[in-house]
Write a new protein. Sequence first.
Length: 319
Amino acid sequence: MGVYQHLEEFAGLPVAIFNAEPGSDDEFDTGSAKADGLPAAAEAAWHVGTFFDDEPFADVFQRFLATVDTTEVTALVIGYWGASYDDNVADPAALLAESAASFPKLRSLFLGDITGEESEISWIEHSDISPLFTAFPGLERFEVRGSQGLSLDPIRSERLTALRFESGGLPAAVVRAVGASDLPNLEHLDLWLGEENYGGDATVADLAPFLGGERFPALRHLGLEDSEIQDEIAAAVAGAPIVARLESLSLAMGILTDQGAEALLSGQPLTHLRKLDLHHHFLSDAMVERVRIALPGVDVDLDDQEKPDGEWQYIAVSE
């Protein structure tokens, strides 16, 4: 599904679209506090968003607070909230932080479930998301899509176990803030690093906190993905102490060539991994076969093989 369709499931719950587009199959009668057809508050991950030239996001959000028993909501998905060229643009991070008391049981948050029809991923406009971790200290899962204007200070959380950034260009400052964070129970980390044209200016040196194995003692899945320097990342991963502790590793969606795959195969053993995700790559047929033979007991995803003959190479998600 990726970035082209709205989430249908999040945090183990079906997504309920609160403000469904008029006439859609997902439409709910949300015009009153006793709206019919809504699931129980705790039984869904609630998608709250607006549409082009439609009700301002801030109004939709306030209507959501008035309609759904948010004290029982455990998972929240924030959709389209407008852009700087709209009259009714909102800052969802600020609105959420201000309304934190209304969500005492919130454990999972997805910020930016926005498809390409609504906004290209590089156009999704964010702000400082650091206050969200203070406002919601019980968060166990946090995911964010888009990176324009995105900022983050190092955070501390005993509860957070999953952290994901989907981006066509993740700023190095954000990568470094994550690396400097105190997250002793973080088990799952995904960073879509992107390309420099869209703000993805992180270097391999910025990844040292994730590769060293000491900063995040509970980490079991690491995704360093969607990068134009995927070969350099693969070479760094090949000797990284964290790898021996991982159950799954993703270097997918980037410009991974035979050079990067050779570094992986020449490095430390990967046979202990349950899954190695390399999909969207530029490996030759011969290298694809070598990887499969070298890792017979590992679920290796080598789908989406692109032409490895020196023609234009590209990451999977950029603009």
